[in-house]
Design a protein around this ligand. Structure first.
Ligand code: SF4
Ligand code: URA
Length: 190
């Protein structure tokens, strides 16, 4: 069995008991399915967003709505296919009205899934998308405006924060910065 197949089997085993997870409040607040994440289980780059939105909740896949299309297109523009990377979120269930996940929800869900996904994938680099993902991993005091595009460290992994693609959709002038940050992430993954 190659590394990719082996890691995928570990991820499948991690998810299997939790298809209908109710370990945090988001499990009973209207989500239709748990969105664990997708991509190359042996990826060099791990992207972490905030949580599923309406399209993701419907399709059971991360970053498939407008934000996801921007992320996918930007990666492709930099020569990286979406299937090469792994994409997931801090919480795996859609929060009601797309509100931010609470500290408790983020803490419960990351200890069940994200921390274990990271241990299985063992990426070369992590990229957080938006303030919620960054703060959930590195603490509430950390400012995305000050740290985006720099290399921080989390759990022994280099971590580059950048903006959430939804923010770029509302603030088109920041697109070049987003592209630049993703280019850095790709460079550091090599
Ligand atoms: Fe379980 Fe995470 Fe969904 Fe909460 S957000 S119910 S911990 S899968
Ligand atoms: N926004 C996120 O943070 N995650 C998704 O999967 C989609 C939109």
């Amino acid at each position: 069995m190659n590394a990719k197949t082996y890691k995928q089997s570990l991820l499948d085993a991690l998810y299997a008991p939790y298809r209908h997870c109710t370990m945090c409040p988001l499990g009973t607040m209207g989500r239709t399915q748990v969105v664990f994440g997708e991509g190359n289980p042996d990826a060099d780059i791990l992207f972490i967003g905030e949580g599923p939105g309406a399209s993701e909740d419907e399709q059971g896949r991360p970053f498939v709505g407008r934000s996801g299309k921007l992320l996918t297109k930007t990666l492709e523009g930099l020569g990286v296919a979406r299937a090469e990377v792994f994409i997931t979120n801090i919480v795996k269930c859609r929060p009601p009205e797309n509100r931010q996940p609470t500290h408790q929800e983020a803490q419960i869900c990351t200890s069940l899934f994200l921390f274990n996904q990271t241990k299985i994938i063992r990426p070369t680099i992590i990229c957080t998308l938006g303030a919620t993902a960054l703060r959930s991993l590195l603490g509430d005091d950390i400012k995305i405006s000050k740290t985006r595009g720099t290399t921080l460290s989390w759990d022994g992994y280099p971590l580059v924060p950048t903006y959430h693609p939804a923010y770029i959709l509302r603030n088109a002038t920041e697109l070049p910065t987003f592209v630049q940050d993703l280019a850095l992430v790709i460079e550091l993954s090599k």
